[in-house]
Design a protein around this ligand. Structure first.
Ligand SMILES: [Zn+2]
Ligand SMILES: [Zn+2]
Length: 247
């Protein structure tokens, strides 16, 4: 939450992803923080998932209905109010499970209502206890397509990233942004953990991996390694190597 950038292209961008698989994707920004909720669906069965429905649950369910998508699960990257706040409403209405994040983010999900009130938007979201927490190395599934899960603490201790290697798409929440990284000035945030998560869990997924960040435009891991001022290779060195000049 609280990224400076706002979404540049909510509707048009991800069309080429659809050509690579039977899944389609629509980004729907929600809440005053313009959080990128993803509606991801299987074009054959028309079953879908919502990744990070942070709020405006009616808008999200309406978008799914308009597209003819039956939402079967909710996936959460982390417990912040703008990512998890709409999950309880949608679960109650549709009777579907909420999966993720890692259990270490439960303390955030216990204070969503209080946090929205503090930011002057009382009622924007609800506290949530997921049906299932995620651990590093687990898999999720949509339309027969498997998604991997990596635990990526730093911004929050229980943050996870969900990705698919064939489609080259990762949902990274607030770990990484185009030209920036997630904030680490919250309780239980850890700047070194964030850098380690990006370097050791995200970069190995490949430079051509595209990602949907929690806020702002999409990018690829390769582009961020090239010029991200916080975690680019020039800043932190290449993975597994060193920059001291010693062979
Ligand atoms: Zn956020
Ligand atoms: Zn966040």
């Amino acid at each position: 939450m609280f990224a400076e950038r706002v979404l540049l292209d909510a509707q048009g961008w991800p069309r080429d992803i659809a050509a690579m698989a039977q899944l389609d994707l629509r980004l729907i920004p929600v809440t005053p923080f313009q959080q990128n909720c993803s509606l991801l669906w299987d074009t054959k069965s028309m079953e879908g998932v919502l990744v990070d429905p942070g709020g405006e649950s009616e808008k999200l369910m309406g978008a799914a209905e308009e597209l003819g998508v039956k939402i079967k699960e909710i996936w959460l990257t982390h417990g912040h109010l703008d990512h998890a706040g709409g999950a309880e409403d949608i679960r109650a209405k549709l009777g579907i499970p909420v999966i993720g994040p890692h259990k270490d983010d439960q303390f955030w999900m216990d204070t969503i209502e209080q946090a929205w009130s503090q930011y002057g938007h009382a009622g924007m979201g609800k506290n949530i206890v997921p049906d299932r927490y995620l651990e590093d190395g687990e898999t999720l599934e949509l339309g027969g397509v498997k998604f991997g899960v990596v635990h990526t603490p730093g911004h929050t201790p229980g943050h996870v990233v969900i990705y698919n290697q064939d489609m080259k798409i990762a949902f990274v929440g607030d770990v990484l942004f185009r030209g920036s990284v997630g904030r680490t000035d919250f309780p239980k945030s850890n700047p070194q953990d964030l850098i380690d998560s990006i370097r050791n869990k995200l970069w190995p997924l490949g430079g051509d991996m595209r990602f949907v960040p929690g806020h702002g435009p999409m990018s690829t891991f390769g582009a961020e390694r090239a010029d991200n001022p916080f975690v680019g290779d020039r800043v932190i060195g290449t993975v597994g190597g060193n920059s001291s000049g010693v062979m």
